[in-house]
Design a protein around this ligand. Sequence first.
Ligand code: SF4
Ligand code: SF4
Length: 528
Amino acid sequence: MRTLYHFHGGIHPPSNKTQSTQTAIARAPLPSLLIVPLQQHAGETAKPVVQAGDHVLKGQLIGMPDGFVSSAVHAPTSGTIAAVDMQLIAHPSGLPNLCATLIPDGKDEWVALKPVDDYRSHSPAELQQLLRMGGVVGLGGAAFPSDIKVRIGKQKITTLILNGAECEPYITCDDMLMCERAAEIVQGAEILRFMLDANEVLIGVEDNKPEAIAALQQAITASGPVLQQNKRYEVVAIPTIYPGGSAKQLIRVLTGLEVPSGKLPTDIGVQCFNVATAYSVHRALVKGEPLISRIVTITGNVREAQNFEALIGTPIAELVALAEALPDTDAYIMGGPMMGFPLPAVHVPLVKATNCIIAASKKIFPPPPPAMPCIRCTRCVEVCPADLQPQDLYWFAQSKEFGRAQAFSLFDCIECGACSYVCPSHIPLVQYYRFAKSEIRAREHDKQLADQARVRHEYHEQRLEREKREKAEKLAAKEKAAQAAKLASAQPLTPQQQTEQAELAASRAHIRQLAQSEVEHTDEGVTK
Ligand code: SF4
Ligand code: SF4
């Protein structure tokens, strides 16, 4: 039996998961149109490689990765590109982004797929490129390109952790995926383990998902032939506590290791992927299918909460219609109630990061009472999984003492919302932390720009100075040469120079004399 460790704090909000786990994952029908954002991942926006009027096949590349941290984007079905323009997307900023709008032709016709026969015969660089071009990104919420996470340089990764904790209330897409497609997850995990050259794979699943745990254990046993026999694969049931699915907390629970402040899991020999990402890795390499769909939980104020396998780009409105959102729904939240954000509009498209849509109503999420002053009760301190002092961070953020907030490890805050959840004064603490972080980032960005401008100005000044100096030096050298020439002409000749000049003069006189006598001789001849 594996020894499990604890992280500080944590809370037990009502899980609200059973509503959406009563029926199997359903395939959402082909929507009337698909709006595919070209930035669904952390990093640079993919470069469009199609234009309005183009006919595309399902799985065809429509956005080329652009920059080191970027990922490819593909057509989710066959059809015609209606536009490549700015559209409103599912993002907390509520700002539009570049999207390709695709009108399906109804044939759902695949492009020629190129599955990898034996991934072990490929170099890590080739496999990384396949993940990048397959558009594989983290499906746990952050959408970080997976090819970057397997580029670990010289660091030795001992443990690959698969995150199947899914600790946020309402969300069940990973649970259902683990129950229904455990074999593909295990095979994807083995590909990731191979790429990282890790010694063991630990799949962490909260103990409130016994069916998922059983399915994964069975898949490991059944997948024996494709797994490396000298490596360890283990499904670990971890205690159900929020936010146990956060990467640092999961690593702590499974291994006892702490990821130091400002460091990455790879710095302590661990790498973490979501179970749905491992599933996408399997699809991308073994089937050759790029990431064009995902499982999403549609729940909350709906008649039939359920998980759907939906194409990326499907308007959320069409998905909530499938689950029959109730008339008193007044907002839609993407993600869970703890870390999610309200959608700017219900017609925005499903993206790779959309794990859950909660139809919200006043009945489910009553408006919070007005915030009251902090009473220094320290309940927030007791529940903070990052071991911070949330009430101090709140104070510094509120008074705009950002330097002090940073000194109190503001950037270790994972924005889990546990502190806000327990605060008896109903202070929206996380909003203050987000505000402080964005202000610090904006100031650092401004400072960077100012530093760059200063360096450019200093370089310009130095160049002008150098040119001025070089010009003066050239002028001085010229003057010196002129002076030297002048002096040389004014100085008395050395004896040798006098001899040479006398010889030269004598030689010239001799030539002149010869020439004269020749003329006279000729004249005489003529006269005679
Ligand atoms: S829980 Fe709220 S009231 Fe209590 S110390 Fe923290 S911020 Fe203050
Ligand atoms: S939101 Fe930040 S400060 Fe609050 S409990 Fe979570 S990690 Fe701690």
